[in-house]
Ligand binder design. Sequence first.
Ligand SMILES: Nc1ncnc2c1ncn2[C@@H]1O[C@H](COP(=O)(O)OP(=O)(O)OP(=O)(O)O)[C@@H](O)[C@H]1O
Length: 254
Amino acid sequence: MSALLELDGAVARMGAATVLDGVSLSVRAGEMVALCGPNGAGKSSAVRAALGLMPLHGGAAKLGGEDVDRLSERERGARAAYLPQERHIAWNLPAIEVAALGAPFLSGADALDRARKALDEVGAGHLAERGVAEMSGGERARVLLARALVVQAPLLLADEPIAGLDPDAQLLVLERLRARADAGGGVLVSLHDLTLAARVADRVIVLNAGRVVADGSPIEALSPAVLRSAFHLDGIWVEAPDGPLLAARRLLQV
Ligand SMILES: Nc1ncnc2c1ncn2[C@@H]1O[C@H](COP(=O)(O)OP(=O)(O)OP(=O)(O)O)[C@@H](O)[C@H]1O
């Protein structure tokens, strides 16, 4: 079966900068892949390129085996749900109506029903009637995740979905994404927390300066050498009761 998402030697530039420099990666059904890397490594760019939201200067981006440029926006939307890093919502609508926007092709009642379930799933059922402009950043993040879950596309791309969330909410969100993969969907999630990435993901892809520098099982990909070269960390993995735990300190000299 072909991958749900594929970047094949993707090259992208912004102004004079090359932000993706021959990136190849894939996400298959049933797989949760964490995209890790330091600030500016190209994680958001890779996600956007995969969705056809950033033009490529070389290589290819495919969704469901088809070149993304050949797909209409409606077809892209049916193949992939996208939770962007940006959490701005222009209109002060109740959370349930914002979440229902993830299912524009359903009747109003069905969309609202699905939206209510998704809000419950992310622990935001109590916020359903509240205007999104009257929420904290973390509450709004849950509403936007609910909107992405409402889409029910085979693939879910989430760009730093746990940034700014409290620890319990971080684990809840990752559990929901994990559940998507366990139910047969593909999930690509960018994460800065390497311990959480190692605990939830089947595979970790590390980007640095627009290149893939590791792709493998979490502990393999986040090896001491990669921690050192990509993250400037002196780190080791230790076995803790709930899974691997990264013990790391900054490298003073690289
Ligand atoms: N509008 C822009 N114009 C020029 N360069 C940009 C623009 N947006 C991003 N970049 C550059 O593109 C590179 C990749 O950015 P990207 O947002 O993909 O990184 P990231 O890994 O998601 O970073 P972060 O962890 O900080 O969110 C960075 O070097 C960044 O400075």
